[in-house]
Design a protein around this ligand. Structure first.
Ligand code: FMN
Length: 457
């Protein structure tokens, strides 16, 4: 490994560089799945094409989310989600064989997995890919998802990160335990409130020692957890001022955790709508937005909150005057929105739409467009803007969701990347052969050294 441990400083130092990752989304309203140009959401070909395009653009990482359960709406799978998404680790293992340098990031939750099993599967991906695997740690503790499993909904929301921390510490110890002076592998024993583990690792270390750790979760507990455990945060703070604020917050937390100010990299979620001129980019944005939320999607989106059929309503007309049938929007399970007071929300939305003169479709488009996360403009203007992020160290990169699969990265790779390279803020080659090297991360510290006293949870 070429990396070395930099002196740990409590003063943040920007690298002056940014990197890209690609987030191939599965369940979302941001990808156009129904246009003539749209590919399949499940065919390997879509994933291969995106991953290879990203690699041509020297992207650091190819990223897959995790959805353990289809969202449900009025007792049926949510109509917009049925295409589903293949298991991340299986997909990434297949992609490892058609790529050479790009990192392969699997989102996997700590609530419904077991540390010994997941550590082994991730170590396998890391070996198969020559040291390119990463684990995006999420907690996904809700009971709706939990009902999929024998342990349905058993984890209290307040415990999710205590549980996650014990999980991650155990996984790290398993990865650390292959080679010791005493022999090829030593037993890992962990006895705690959430896990009792007695395991001997079954695989040697990978070319990058162990998988890189990403984290996605934005609560104060989530940020502290990332400050202690993660190498990279997949953040929800792409807008410049917000990104600067988030960096400051993270630096404070990672210094407090004793890891120094530069320990954790930040890559926010983002969307790019680009063209040769600002005018063309604005027109393209109109087109993208009109296809992201079609008439069916607009009605289905409102139905999530109204808890009833709204198909009789005109998507180009005003919001429904009838009220939601549920007090809580719990009919749509797993939407992430249940718990909001539906009637109150409906009143608020009707008033807002009326005020702004928006139809159902326009209103839903305005609610679902990731305004903060969208970079629209000419290649040169957006490159100038991103160079400012690099210069100030607001972020270490962007995790980009293409709005079209499989061609949605072409513009970025063909036009934006060269502009960034010209400005000296984007890699011109891969820095090494492993993800850890390509991200410029320090070599891992053995977990037994770093955690003086194992976490007991
Ligand atoms: C940018 C971002 C992406 C996420 N992606 C996923 C995902 O793909 N699957 C998932 O189950 N949870 C995902 N999560 C949410 C995690 O489940 C997270 O652990 C959860 O929000 C609870 O943590 P929190 O309360 O700290 O936010 C994501 C969160 C963020 C901020």
């Amino acid at each position: 490994m070429t990396q070395h441990n930099r002196a740990k400083s409590d003063v943040f130092q920007p690298t002056g560089q940014i990197q890209f990752g690609v987030f191939f989304q599965g369940v979302n309203s941001g990808t156009i799945w129904k246009a003539a140009e749209s590919g399949s959401q499940t065919d390997f070909e879509s994933f291969r094409r995106i991953a290879q395009t990203a690699e041509r653009g020297l992207f650091a990482a190819f990223f897959l989310g995790e959805g353990l359960r289809l969202r449900e709406h009025l007792g049926r799978p949510h109509a917009l989600d049925v295409v589903g998404r293949p298991d991340a680790q299986t997909m990434l293992a297949a992609l490892a064989s058609v790529t050479r340098n790009i990192g392969l990031v699997a989102t996997q939750n700590t609530t419904y997995n077991d540390p010994a099993d997941l550590a082994h599967r991730l170590a396998s991906l890391d070996l198969i890919s020559g040291g390119r695997a990463a684990w995006n740690i999420v907690t996904t503790d809700n009971a709706w998802t939990g009902a999929n499993f024998r342990r349905g909904g058993y984890l209290d929301h307040a415990d999710r990160y205590r549980h996650a921390e014990a999980f991650v510490e155990t996984a790290k110890r398993i990865w650390d335990s292959w080679e010791t002076p005493a022999g090829p592998a030593r037993r890992v024993l962990h006895e705690g409130q959430h896990y009792t583990v007695d395991v001997t690792p079954r695989l040697p270390r990978s070319a990058q020692y162990r998988p890189v750790l990403f984290q996605a979760g934005d609560s104060p507990e989530g940020r502290n957890f990332a400050a202690r455990q993660a190498d990279v945060i997949f953040s929800a703070h792409p807008k410049f001022d917000d990104a600067v604020e988030f960096r400051k917050d993270l630096v404070e937390r990672s210094v407090a955790a004793g890891r120094g100010a530069n320990a954790v990299q930040i890559m926010p979620a983002s969307e790019f709508i680009l063209a040769a001129t600002a005018q063309e980019a604005a027109e393209k944005k109109e087109w993208v937005r009109s296809l992201q939320i079609g008439p069916q999607q607009a009605i289905a989106y409102l139905e999530q909150f109204w808890g009833r059929e709204l198909s009789a309503y005109d998507p180009d007309g005003p919001l429904p005057e009838i009220d939601p049938v549920v007090e809580e929007t719990s009919e749509t399970r797993g939407s992430g929105f249940h718990g909001a007071k539906a009637r109150q929300l409906a009143d608020q939305w009707r008033a807002e739409a009326k005020d702004k003169g928006l139809s159902i479709r326009q209103f839903v488009t305005s609610k679902t467009a990731r305004i903060d996360a969208t970079f629209t403009g000419s290649y040169t203007a957006v490159a100038d803007h991103l160079a400012e992020y690099a210069r100030t160290g607001a972020v270490d990169g962007f995790n980009i969701s293409p709005w079209l699969v499989p061609t949605g990265l072409d513009d970025i790779v063909n036009h934006l990347v060269p502009e960034l390279q010209e400005r000296g803020v984007y890699p011109t080659e891969y820095g090494g052969s492993t993800l850890r090297e390509n991200l410029g991360l320090d070599a891992p510290v053995r977990s037994s050294d770093e955690a003086a006293g194992a976490v007991r949870a």
